[in-house]
Design a protein around this ligand. Structure first.
Ligand code: SF4
Length: 179
């Protein structure tokens, strides 16, 4: 039987590019194809549990409320914890569980953070485009991708279902229940 890790590699590096070509030919919405990649990746990750506490939680900058002037890109703990956005909840979870938590303003910074922190697994929240490219670029590192919610359109006051993030934490480290 082919191992889930290898299967994931084949899917990300060989099947997905073909899906993109197929999607382009038949005018299938690219975001739908990217979402499929994220779903299949997450399912394959869950078939092969990797337990570690060296976890990195990557969040998009647009999760921060647009009228908050606090700079959290380089130090998310600058957040004053007013609770108007979910950054407060994530800093609390990360501090409690001793996780590395970073807010990235884009894919380039996210990749730099991964290189610097050298995690054994990643939970990333982002849009379909950033998640799909990040999942491919960081392979074979295990990564669970969670698509953000965009009630006001892209890159503006986005949200995420915190329960999905907790669920991913439980999966990787079995520590999320304490959060
Ligand atoms: S929770 Fe933190 S980041 Fe969000 S609006 Fe309040 S101070 Fe700003």
């Amino acid at each position: 039987m082919i191992r889930a890790g290898l299967l994931r590699g084949i899917f990300l590096k060989a099947v997905y590019p073909l899906m993109l070509v197929f999607g382009w030919l038949f005018r299938i919405d690219k975001e739908k194809i990217q979402r499929t990649l994220i779903d299949v990746n997450n399912r394959l990750i869950r078939t092969n549990p990797k337990h570690t506490k060296k976890l990195l939680l990557l969040l998009p900058h647009c999760l921060q409320l647009s009228d908050c002037n606090i700079k959290i890109t380089y130090n998310v703990y600058n957040c004053a914890g007013c609770g108007r956005c979910e950054i407060k909840d994530f800093t609390a979870i990360a501090q409690e569980l001793g996780l590395e938590l970073f807010v990235a303003t884009g894919g380039t910074i996210a990749r730099r953070v991964v290189e610097k922190t050298r995690p054994e697994a990643i939970i990333a929240v982002a849009c379909e485009r950033d998640l799909s490219s990040g999942i491919i670029d960081t392979y074979p590192l295990p990564i669970i991708g969670i698509v953000n919610e965009r009630p006001f359109g892209p890159c503006f006051n986005t949200r995420v279902d915190i329960n999905k993030v907790r669920d991913a934490l439980v999966f990787f480290a079995g520590i999320g229940e304490k959060a």
